[in-house]
Design a protein around this ligand. Structure first.
Ligand SMILES: *[C@@H]1O[C@H](CO)[C@@H](O)[C@H](O)[C@H]1NC(C)=O
Ligand SMILES: *[C@@H]1O[C@H](CO)[C@@H](O)[C@H](O)[C@H]1NC(C)=O
Ligand SMILES: *[C@@H]1O[C@H](CO)[C@@H](O)[C@H](O)[C@H]1NC(C)=O
Ligand SMILES: *[C@@H]1O[C@H](CO)[C@@H](O)[C@H](O)[C@H]1NC(C)=O
Ligand SMILES: *[C@@H]1O[C@H](CO)[C@@H](O)[C@H](O)[C@H]1NC(C)=O
Length: 376
């Protein structure tokens, strides 16, 4: 009996402990919020362009400013709600001034691409999905009226679209293909620059919080940094953090974030140990609330506040080792430093050797290294 009661208490403590852990209003006394990064996806928009046999005439896209790839009034409404939530969280609490100034910085990423009237492949399949999904929101009567449309059609399109998006995002399983760690190479190019940008800004602010004398004026004033982005940017950051399943759960693994989804990366200073801690929250869509997800990140030991060094080691793991334009020009390597070194040495001689000779040299060097280490 006693042990059963103990078990019940344990479960109760676990349940309470867990709800405490995920209750975002609870910040321990020793922690002080010093900085916030936010990375959101825009709100509802019109479709990206016209398709062949498109049931919706281009002239019908008059919402918002009109035209393709534009925020609709619904999308503007979602952004307004998101703004209100951020205001309640950071302005009403006195963390930020109630006017836009040097405390805040907002950055936007690339425009929607324009690529239509082409054969559909894995690369541009999303355009069909995009158009149908958006027309179902804005012109449902037109789409439902099409002979080709059925709920199964859209369900199948969805099922086809998800793996293709997971693929594009670098979620390879297994990650190694032909000796190349494709997952790591893709994550590095997509999420690497962003996580490193955030990580280094947090380190600078953490130093400021610890020792104001080491802080420059720009960073002393700065408290809030927003990235206004697309689904792929929000998703890229979640994937490098290993949090991609929070978007739609394990059943819909690979699904990209919804309109007005938002990541918050909060930085805290712990006055007890004088160290920096971070907390990550995610809002799935405009109707959802911000939920703490830090405990799901590897290395955070299931805790809502995690040592900044964990974030930094993730950033380091995916840091692009050369400027991104350069990185995108070269084929990913086997990822092994020894082979990279050997290849760079070989490249110096490549003017003298044919490529088959290079392979011969490569094999000889491997054999030589093998013999060297087996000598003893
Ligand atoms: C979070 O904590 C506050 C204050 O302790 C409480 O009122 C609220 O219900 C809690 N929310 C959740 C989701 O547990
Ligand atoms: C599609 O592209 C072809 C060739 O590029 C062009 O001739 C045709 O008019 C285009 N169709 C539409 C509907 O834009
Ligand atoms: C739907 O189809 C019917 C019959 O083909 C047609 O009369 C009606 O105009 C269509 N409605 C729309 C919104 O396209
Ligand atoms: C703050 O630092 C102290 C001392 O290391 C530690 O015990 C405490 O758990 C830290 N607070 C949080 C929220 O991690
Ligand atoms: C949010 O809730 C509103 C009102 O219930 C609903 O019309 C809308 O479709 C919901 N949006 C999302 C993205 O779930």
């Amino acid at each position: 009996m006693l042990s059963r009661r103990n078990l019940c208490y344990t479960i109760l403590i676990f349940v309470f402990g867990f709800s405490w852990a995920t209750n975002e209003t609870d910040v321990p006394e020793e922690l002080k919020l010093v900085f916030v990064h936010t990375i959101w996806r825009h709100g509802d928009r019109t479709q990206d362009g016209h398709l062949n046999n498109d049931p919706v005439d281009p002239s019908k896209w008059i919402k918002g400013g009109g035209g393709y790839g534009q925020l609709t009034p619904e999308g503007m409404g979602q952004m307004f709600i998101l703004g209100t939530k951020l205001r309640d969280r950071y302005v009403k609490t006195g963390f930020l001034h109630n006017f836009y100034d040097s405390q805040q910085y907002i950055k936007t990423t690339s425009h929607l691409s324009e690529l239509f009237n082409t054969t559909f492949t894995w690369d541009n399949l999303w355009q069909v999905h995009d158009a149908v999904m958006i027309q179902l929101i804005h012109f449902p009567e037109t789409v439902l009226n099409q002979t080709w449309y059925s709920p199964e059609f859209f369900h199948n399109l969805d099922e086809l679209e998800r793996p293709s998006k997971a693929f594009v995002a670098g979620l390879y399983d297994p990650p190694i293909v032909n000796g190349i760690n494709v997952k790591r190479a893709i994550l590095k190019t997509r999420g690497g620059p962003l996580i490193n940008d955030i990580s280094s800004r947090m380190r600078t602010k953490a130093t400021c919080a610890k020792n104001d004398a080491k802080c420059d004026n720009y960073h002393r004033n700065l408290k809030f940094y927003a990235y206004s982005t697309h689904d792929h940017t929000v998703f890229a950051l979640l994937t490098v953090l290993g949090l991609e399943s929070i978007v739609a759960g394990p059943e819909k693994y690979g699904e990209w974030p919804d309109y007005a989804s938002d990541i918050l990366v909060e930085l805290f200073h712990n006055s007890t140990d004088e160290r920096a801690y971070f907390r990550i929250l995610y809002q799935k869509n405009i109707n959802a609330t911000f939920e703490v997800v830090t405990h799901l990140a590897k290395g955070c030991k299931g805790l809502p506040f995690c040592d900044l060094s964990v974030f930094e080691s993730k950033a380091k793991e995916f840091r692009p080792d050369r400027p991104i334009q350069e990185l995108c020009q070269i084929l990913p390597d086997v990822g092994n430093q020894v082979s990279t070194l050997i290849k760079s040495v070989m490249n110096r001689y490549s003017d003298y050797e044919s490529s088959s000779n290079s392979n011969y040299w490569f094999v000889s060097i491997i054999i030589a290294i093998f013999c060297f280490f087996n000598k003893t």
